[in-house]
Design a protein around this ligand. Structure first.
Ligand SMILES: [Zn+2]
Length: 382
């Protein structure tokens, strides 16, 4: 998640905080200090309520962190790369570098989070029960933590993707049908249904006077809906692209330029008249570089006539794929490197260009034709 700063590293896992977390922290502290604690434990001073509120809110986020660590540690123990944990306005998120490889793995990684929250709730509940005769801030904090962890555990068990319960549902359907994609589509569909219920409930709360609580619920619904929709679309794209080769979507026989051309010819004849943004540079039929608008930016216009393409072109790194590569691989490179297009290279020459637009056009065409999956295409997931 962008716009977050690194806090600590626990067991080799980077813990970050997204700036929206600060808003959640302030809101929760305020609700606790002005509402929850004065209602449940009357008669304390305002300062006591606020100090208790701050400590309880911090411990709530520590609980969320423990929940996420449980996901991450189980994923890592199964050999999946863990990129880190980010705390943000709606809780926490563990970023895994890869999807689970089996339904059981998915189930184990998903279920351990809510299980951890429910265990924490039980532990805090015992603590509260043992100290319930005292009307003190520690008792109040234990009561709150028992309650909030139980709610966290139960909320995350709701069966809509991307909630943990939705992942459990996906694992179950995946296990039963053997299709990861179908399982994701169904779990994300249930997730969107749940999200709309949340939005409706939130709006109802706002209309009946609970403005802040209602908005909060509606926002959670909105967030769940966008996350579910994003994974559903991603699944459609992945499924459509499964087994598809770069050679099927690339633009063939790209126009090339030779290194001896002057930059003013490049700008006038290629960038301006033919609308190119980048061109492979070929010498004796072999790829020697790529030249783009960015490369020319650094040259003053009065030097264009005297500057050769060879002087401005990029020679390393030349990101490329082979015509036989999976489109998924090209898509990954484009995203990871923030590139607009990739060269398709065979036998040392550029034989094509593939861009995100080419790939999306293919997905759009397949969807317009009503083809979600090519017959005979085989992938890792069946
Ligand atoms: Zn979780």
């Amino acid at each position: 998640m962008k716009a977050s700063f690194r806090l600590v590293t626990i067991a080799g896992i980077e813990i970050g905080i997204h700036y929206t977390w600060l808003l959640a922290f302030a809101l929760i502290t305020w609700t606790l200090a002005e509402g929850f604690f004065p209602d449940a434990f009357p008669g304390w001073s305002t300062a006591t309520y606020w100090v208790t509120g701050v400590i309880a809110a911090l411990l709530l986020f520590l609980s969320v962190l423990v929940h996420e660590l449980a996901h991450s540690l189980v994923a890592r123990s199964r050999g999946l790369p863990v990129q880190g944990i980010t705390l943000f306005i709606f809780g926490g998120v563990s970023s895994l570098g890869a999807e689970a490889r089996s339904a059981w793995e998915e189930f184990a990684i998903a279920v351990v989070g809510p299980a951890t929250s429910l265990l924490l709730a039980a532990a805090f509940g015992v603590g509260y029960w043992a100290t319930a005769h005292q009307d003190s801030p520690p008792t109040a904090i234990l009561a709150y933590l028992a309650l909030i962890n139980a709610m966290l555990g139960l909320f995350n068990l709701l069966p809509g993707f991307p909630l943990d319960g939705g992942r459990v549902l996906r694992a179950a359907i995946w296990g039963a049908t053997g299709s990861f994609y179908r399982a994701t589509r169904i779990a994300a569909g249930v997730g969107q249904g749940l999200a709309f219920l949340f939005i409706g409930w939130g709006v109802f709360q706002v209309l009946t006077g609970n403005v802040l609580g209602g908005l909060w619920i509606a926002f959670i619904g909105w967030f769940l809906n966008s996350a579910a929709e994003a994974s559903r679309q991603e699944t459609v794209v992945q499924e459509t692209l499964r087994g598809v080769r770069v050679s099927e979507v690339m633009e063939r026989n790209p126009e090339v330029i030779s290194p001896g051309f002057a930059v003013d010819v490049l700008v006038r004849d290629f960038f301006l008249q033919r609308g190119k943004r980048a061109l492979p540079v070929h010498e004796d039929g072999q790829l020697v570089g790529i030249v783009s608008i960015t490369d020319v930016k650094g040259v003053a216009p009065d030097k264009w006539a005297s500057t050769r393409v060879a002087q401005v072109m990029t020679t390393t790194p030349l990101w490329s794929v082979s015509p036989d590569s999976d489109v998924a691989e090209a898509l990954r490179l484009l995203a990871e490197r923030g590139l607009n297009q990739l060269l398709v290279v065979a036998g040392g020459a550029a034989v094509g260009v593939v861009s995100r637009e080419n790939i999306l056009r293919y997905v759009q065409l397949m969807s317009d034709l009503g083809v979600s999956r090519r017959p005979g295409a085989l992938g890792r997931r069946g």
